[in-house]
Design a protein around this ligand. Structure first.
Ligand code: UD1
Ligand code: MG
Length: 449
């Protein structure tokens, strides 16, 4: 098998998104549209990846490199058509020999299977990915000869009334031998209804050059594009449905699947239970036997075997929750390692901290990690008892087996097995409340007379 290089077309302005952000940077299931496309192509192990963008879309480069470190940008200053866009990428991959796969950055549901079938069919010629459209309006139609070979692609505006009846449409995704591509690309003209350089003209040019153009089919759902935020929401809904199904079939129980939202990269182990109304942001790994209770929000977190999270828990990036730990209601954990079997059951903020195994964090405990300028670390050992309403003013350390009395503001390191207590002495006045009530009641009665 020869190698593959990919060119992703993404220079479209995305006017209908009404956004300052390039269209392909919009996200579905926590992943940009561009990254969805690149992830679909990744299993083909592309040797090269070029993303064609419009001017002032440099942010796209970092996004592309987050998937393919070797990815490069080509800027298409004037949007003169899909053929012109591909020619902008030429300088970046001209040395490459093999199959060039052209993708659209705004078609995120494309599957790896469809792409690899397409690439396999291209061989030393080309192949186009087609689909049967429910409503072919607006798409290029695939024109076949009597033997079913694709001999031309006719754009809607250039099609005859008879051609417009064809429902077999062009997805826009093609695979073509690099030598053939660079030979034919300069021959594409712009004598058509839009005055654009159509990449689709390659099909007729290939036929004239005696090269084959084969057809791969894919379901219409895979080539759904995103032009506005209504379509973006439809893509999101479709992805969520697929992810819920995948996680359930892999052994997770979702009591109300329609209310759970995954990210594209969420990893869920076996025998995980997820209650209603849970949201996964990017970068979450959940190990076997974990329970995630309702209304929890998780992002960039690892949750160890058998841990229990929520209800109403918030795990932020860098939360590393040990096996069998409990993170309860209204507990927020950020960039902290929570040891095996540790518990923070209620109303707590743990940030930039380490909490040792079996340590118990009482209700209302706060790691004061920020001094207004810098973040500081709180290091709590194993088997520590942190009483309710404790403030740990970082940087601070608490040794193994220490106890912190409720209400303490911890401003110095606490040695192992010590007690830390910081409290004004309690003043008890016998009978005070009863006398107070008597005096107040008497005054009130006097006023009424
Ligand atoms: C294109 C195809 C059509 C196909 C349809 C599928 C051509 C001539 N037509 O039409 O056969 O049925 O897609 O959706 O190829 N782009 C650039 N630079 C350009 C023009 C486009 O980067 O100068 C990018 C766009 O950002 C987009 C993709 O190419 O990702 C397709 O462009 P679009 O304008 O949507 O093409 P269509 O006219 O819909
Ligand atoms: Mg289009």
């Amino acid at each position: 098998m020869t190698g593959v290089a990919i060119i992703v077309l993404a220079a479209g302005k995305g006017t209908r998104m009404k956004s300052a952000l390039p269209k392909v940077m919009h996200r579905a299931a926590g992943r940009s549209l561009l990254a969805h496309v690149l992830h679909a192509a990744a299993p083909l192990s592309p040797a090269e990846a070029v993303v064609v963008v419009g001017p002032e879309m440099e942010t796209v480069a970092a996004e592309a490199r987050s998937v393919f470190p070797q990815a490069r940008l080509a800027v298409q200053a004037d949007r003169l058509g899909t053929g012109h866009a591909v020619s902008m990428a030429r300088a970046e991959i001209e040395a490459f020999r093999g199959t060039v796969l052209v993708l659209y950055g705004d078609v995120p549901l494309i599957s790896t299977g469809s792409l690899s079938r397409l690439v396999a069919l291209a061989g030393d010629g080309m192949a186009v990915l087609g689909f049967e459209a429910q409503d072919p309006h607006g798409y290029g139609r695939l024109i076949q000869d009597s033997e079913g070979h694709v001999i031309a692609i006719r754009e809607e505006l250039d099609a005859s009334p008879a051609e417009r009846l064809i429902r077999l449409c062009n997805s826009g995704i093609i695979a073509i031998a690099s030598d053939l591509l660079w030979q034919l690309l300069p021959q594409i003209g712009n004598a058509n209804a839009k005055g654009e350089y159509y990449l689709t003209d390659l099909v007729e040019l290939a036929a004239n050059a005696g090269a084959h153009c084969r057809l791969a089919h894919c379901p219409e759902a895979e080539v759904a594009g995103v032009n506005d935020r209504v379509q973006l929401a439809a893509i999101e809904a479709g992805l969520q449905q697929a992810y819920r199904r995948r996680h359930m079939l892999n052994g997770a129980t979702l009591t109300a699947p329609e209310s759970v939202f995954f990210a594209a990269d969420t990893v869920i182990g076996q025998d995980v239970t997820i209650e209603p109304h849970v949201v996964f942001g990017p970068g979450v790994t959940v190990e076997d036997g974990v329970e995630i209770l309702s209304f929890s929000h998780l992002e960039g977190a690892v949750i160890g075997q058998g841990a229990r999270i929520g209800p109403y828990a918030r795990l932020r990036p860098g939360a590393d929750i040990g096996a069998e730990a409990h993170i309860g209601n209204f507990v927020e954990v950020k960039k902290s390692v929570i040891g095996k079997g540790a518990k923070a059951n209620h109303l707590t903020y743990i940030g930039d901290a380490r909490v040792g195994a079996k340590t118990n964090i009482g209700a209302g405990t706060i790691t004061c990690n920020y001094d207004g300028y810098e973040k500081h670390v709180t290091d709590i050992g194993a088997n520590v008892f942190v009483g309710s309403n404790t403030a740990l003013v970082a940087p601070v350390k608490v040794g193994d087996g220490a106890s912190i009395a409720a209400g303490t503001v911890v401003t110095r390191n606490v040695p192992a097995d010590a007690l830390a207590i910081a409290r004004a002495e309690l003043d008890l006045r016998e009978g005070w409340a009863a006398r107070y009530r008597e005096i107040k009641a008497a005054k009130k009665a006097a006023r009424r007379k």
